[in-house]
Design a protein around this ligand. Structure first.
Ligand code: GDP
Length: 437
């Protein structure tokens, strides 16, 4: 499939640099390179050209250009790359010339990857892998994104889908032939059910991964909880200063900094301070607090802070693992359970970081997870439910209903790689992409 328009976008960052790369994709690439550079460069070779504005012959730059004929390109279309001198005026001049070229327009966010998916060069899971790779902040996230970009999830789901289609074909054949009464239905069913059973078990095993893949994408969330004045904010500050590889300290949606993303030994860990949790009339702050509460509800680990005066903690979210921490260890207090730390002297902070890292490792590193997004989990869970119905109903439901469940199981698997409903999922995915990807 070749789209009618040709799109272009800077592929390198903004601002001054040694080189600025502009990528172009679409049917006008060859004519555009000829118009700008005088002659079409040989395919897939960087060639030096003096680029001129086709409108008035004005020299724009001396640049390296490449012509990449489709379909063996990332988008599946003809592509061009312009490696310009990275000055602002050079880039602006070339972009203006490209925009004026017939059939050419600036690319929207994710437009190159969208074309790659629509032209079958990437499946949806691989496109998601690219998005995750761009967003990866730690080594473990990068490894997971590269695995998905390499097709780990796509290949597995495609294999499951092939087998489910095999079952469906068997069930439909049984349906067709049962009218003629000359086929042994039971024999067909036995093989089909064995296969459905095996598929069900494999998909259930992939789903039973304790959301490792999603947690790695999103970060392991550690909520710091405790009564007022327990030392929550001070501890968050001390921990984040200690950890050299802070990725970003986001001013929370409340007025205070309540969330710090850090890289603990290659693992993404988000420390959340709940000190901002208080009653408020301010709508923006209230929204921030609501968000913090949702974060707490889905925390992976709660640090339950106990100050020396032993004040009681507010109730905690159920389910999350909990690590008791005695704060202000430099002050005299009653001995109790948990790690003793002092944000003031730094005592115990390294042990606390080690304990958090160990918890994150246990949660994130139990083997490579296949599923990295809720979208995958949702589709596979629906597939599983349909397979369960096939297995439960095979000997008592009408064969039409069994076949329908198999069809829906195949459909759910198709959603993962984007064989079904791809446009809508692309819209959602690319809304977060950068221009030029
Ligand atoms: P939060 O309300 O739980 O966030 O508590 P804060 O972090 O605001 O701390 C409350 C008070 O305890 C402040 O006056 C801090 O200076 C003090 N504080 C916090 N950590 C320590 C500590 O390790 N040692 C001592 N001596 N005081 C601390």
């Amino acid at each position: 499939m070749t789209s009618g328009t040709t799109i272009f976008a800077p592929a390198s960052g903004f601002g001054r640099a040694a080189i600025a790369v502009i990528r172009v994709s679409g049917p006008a690439c060859a004519s555009l390179l000829t118009a700008l550079g005088g002659t079409l460069p040989p395919p897939r070779r960087l060639s030096l050209r003096t680029l001129r504005d086709p409108a008035d012959g004005e020299v724009l730059d001396q640049a390296l250009v490449a012509f990449l004929p489709g379909p063996a390109t990332v988008t599946g279309e003809d592509m061009a790359e312009l490696h310009l001198h990275g000055g602002l005026a050079v880039r602006a001049g070339v972009i203006r010339a490209l925009a004026a070229f017939p059939g050419c327009r600036p690319a929207e966010a994710g437009a190159f990857t969208r074309r790659a998916v629509l032209n079958g060069r990437l499946d949806l899971t691989e496109a998601e892998g690219i998005a995750d790779l761009i967003d990866a902040e730690t080594e473990a996230q990068r490894r997971q994104a590269l695995r998905q970009l390499d097709g780990a999830l796509g290949r597995q789901v495609a294999a499951w889908r092939e087998r489910a289609i095999g079952c469906l074909a068997g069930a439909e054949a049984a349906l067709d032939f049962s009218d003629e009464g000359d086929v042994d239905e039971a024999a067909l069913d036995a093989g089909l059910l064995d296969e459905a059973l095996a598929l069900r078990d494999e998909i259930a095993a992939a789903l039973a991964d304790e959301r490792r893949g999603e947690r790695l994408r999103e970060g392991f969330t550690v909520v710091i909880a405790g009564p007022p004045n327990a030392g929550k904010s001070t501890l968050l500050n001390a921990l984040s200063r200690r950890e050299a590889a802070i990725v970003s300290a986001q001013p929370g949606t409340t007025r205070d900094a309540i969330e710090v993303r850090c890289d603990l030994g290659g693992l993404p860990v988000i420390l959340v301070d709940t000190a901002g949790l208080r009653e408020t009339e301010d709508a923006i702050e209230a929204e921030g607090i609501a968000r913090t509460r949702r974060r707490m509800a889905s925390a992976d680990l709660v640090l339950r802070l106990v100050p020396p005066d032993g004040a009681a903690s507010p109730p905690l979210s159920a389910g999350a693992r909990c690590l008791p921490v005695r704060t202000k260890a430099d002050l005299a207090g009653a001995p109790g359970e948990g790690l003793a730390v002092s944000a003031l002297t730094g005592a115990g902070l390294d042990r606390l970081l080690d304990a958090i890292r160990a918890e994150a490792e246990a949660a994130l590193e139990g083997g490579d997870a296949l599923i990295t997004r809720e979208r995958h989990r949702d589709a596979l869970a629906r597939c599983l439910a349909h397979l369960e119905r096939v297995l439960a109903g095979a000997d008592r439901l009408p064969p039409e209903l069994v076949a329908e469940d198999l069809r829906l199981a195949v459909r759910a698997l198709g959603e993962v790689a984007g064989q079904v409903g791809v446009e809508e999922m692309l819209d959602r995915l690319f809304s977060g992409f950068c221009i030029g990807k």
